[in-house]
Design a protein. Sequence first.
Length: 406
Amino acid sequence: MKQEYSAPMLAPKYVSQFKCTGGDCPDTCCAGWNITVDRNTFQGYRRVTHPVLKPLFKQHLVQANRDSFSNHGKFQLSASESRCGMQAQSGLCNVQQHLGEEALSDTCYIYPRSVHKIDARFEQTLTLSCPEAARLALTQSDAFEFIEIPFKTRESTTRQLSPLHGFDAQTMDEARYLTIQLFQTVELTNVDRLILVGWLCNQLEDLMQTSGQAGAMAMMQELREMVESGAYRQIVSQLSNDPRLAANVFAILFGSPVGTGVSAHQRSVIDSVAAGLGFTGLAQPDAKTIEANYLCGLAHLANSAELVEKILARYLLNDLLRELFPWGQATPIAHYRRLLTRYGALRLMLAAVAKHKDSSLDESTLVHITQVFCRLYQHNNTFAVQAERLLTGADWHTLEQLYLLI
Ligand code: SF4
């Protein structure tokens, strides 16, 4: 039996409204990606004698990595539909139905939630790869008001944030608050926010390299003052971006097949993106065609600019929270590169679909595309590996180079 605990958790308001839509879900999480099983659960399943479950476990539960705890086993997906073999005809999970929620593996128990412990505080967010979570987070104006909710979870699915890179817990918290605040400051555009967050990450990195961590609070105060006084506008106005370059960098993600296990719900978006960029069958468009299609899509998006800005800001804010930005990757700049990759790839998808439809996009289409993007990035190995490699080359070492992509 897994150790559970109850605790008040700080969460965006939309988290408290979440309820799995089960059989009505258009893109179930029980299909299309590796459903991992931790070692304890794996061994428990092997001992089950229940007449329905025993043959199912025998058929579908296989060992993944003998030496790994969290990735010890996995459920084999059915070849025809890429669905988890433990799913009943009704769409319900056989494990949950016959053994209860406590028998679920950590992956199935926690999805789509993420729980973090920071000092003595617990925080919870949802991944927007779940369609219902995406709908709640992206469409409501008060989705990101923070509230405290009592919640029960497992110790084994709680990720703890410990002091890193010589910064103390208070400084790390302050950097997180500041980035969250920037994404909630209505006077700022997403471009402003991304530039300012890049500056923050660069400064943190400099402090790490010069053992100057003690100066972090003063640096963050300086950034706050720049925003409050409007002085940041001068910095932003001096920077240039290059949408043609961004188009060709992020289009790489859509030039090759994204692998198996893609649902019809995902396929409709992926095909529309490829068509919008000019990929037809095996034919690869040249750079100029991709650029022209992307710019045409951006022009369509400009007709619903306020809505697009809002959806992108909420998506980015959710990712910052869920990934403990800027502390969730090897360094703050590494995390910033990942944030830019996500922003750039999602914006490209939105523009490409707008080009393909030859119109601006309504709210439900924007939510659909964002959810599919999250599903690909988080659960499709082929796509994720390519995306992670995009900005790791020598061209992306400096902030000026990265700013070109915004
Ligand atoms: S993706 Fe979300 S709504 Fe759909 S089945 Fe999974 S948890 Fe439920």
